[in-house]
Design a protein around this ligand. Structure first.
Ligand code: PRP
Ligand code: URA
Length: 242
């Protein structure tokens, strides 16, 4: 059932004694080939523990969220195609490497998705960033599209769609519709996300099996107000206002 407890796992390298490897709750696995969950390392779990804690203040929330966002962006970039690229080194030898060939852009789902823009800029200098303003109705949890501003040539780009929270999936699905209406092929979209619900992931994967999702954690489920549990509360409020 989607509301079952996520699994526990001993964290840390196997050469350490059991006593030195505490158990922690890790992400639920998911049966979808297009969904990639970050490795559940002690680092990542410690960062998530910080941002989930209701006693973590805004400055620390921003600092630790930014570290997870950086991990998501770095992993997300691994899912873009590369071509062979041989170079010469200063000592006169060749090195058979690779390079990314193609254009990318970021698209943030406002407001919370904007928190991920700097992490993308830190990895991809002068990257173009578009915006889609979608707000979830507080009562019904249904998304409403207010505004979008996207690069004109977005259909020729790989799109990194940014939103830290995937709850019912309504907002992310609506954002994909906007991107598709501008000619972006589904398999050129990569959705970067901090915490997802199993319900949101399933809806997303069923509807858009070609859109790749990179997430840090698939949580237990949703509560009666469609908040992710155990979750971290309202990401936008904690990052921008609290
Ligand atoms: C949050 C979050 C997602 C959405 C997730 O944004 O950032 O966009 O809710 O919920 P869903 O999967 O059920 O659609 P919200 O609309 O609260 O606005 P905010 O970014 O201004 O906080
Ligand atoms: N948006 C959030 O910020 N948190 C949730 O748990 C659900 C939607």
């Amino acid at each position: 059932a989607s509301d079952s407890q996520p699994p526990s796992q001993c964290l840390g390298p196997e050469y350490r004694d059991e006593a030195e490897r505490p158990e922690a709750t890790v992400s639920k696995p998911v049966p979808h080939d297009n969904v990639h969950i970050l490795a559940q390392t002690p680092q990542l779990i410690a960062l998530l523990t910080m941002i989930r804690d209701k006693n973590t203040g805004r400055a620390d929330f921003i600092f630790y969220s930014n570290r997870i966002i950086r991990l998501l962006v770095e992993e997300g970039l691994n899912h873009l195609p590369v071509v062979s690229h041989e170079i010469s080194t200063p000592v006169g030898r060749h090195y058979a490497g690779v390079k990314f060939e193609g254009k990318i852009c970021g698209v943030s789902i406002m407001r919370a998705g904007e928190s991920m823009e700097q992490g993308l800029r830190d990895c991809c200098r002068s990257v173009r960033i578009g915006k889609i303003l979608i707000q979830r109705d507080e009562e019904t949890s249904k998304p409403k599209l207010y505004y979008d501003k996207l690069p004109e040539d977005i259909s020729d780009r790989w799109v990194l769609l940014l939103d830290p929270m995937l709850a019912t999936g309504g907002s992310a699905l609506m954002a994909i519709e906007v991107l598709k209406s501008r000619g972006v092929p589904e398999d050129h979209i990569l959705f970067l996300n901090l915490i997802a619900s199993p319900e949101g992931i399933k809806k997303f994967a069923d509807e858009y099996p070609k859109v790749r999702v990179v997430t840090a954690f698939v949580d237990q489920g949703l509560d009666e107000k469609n908040y992710i549990v155990p979750g971290l509360g309202d990401f936008g409020d904690r990052f921008y206002t609290m």
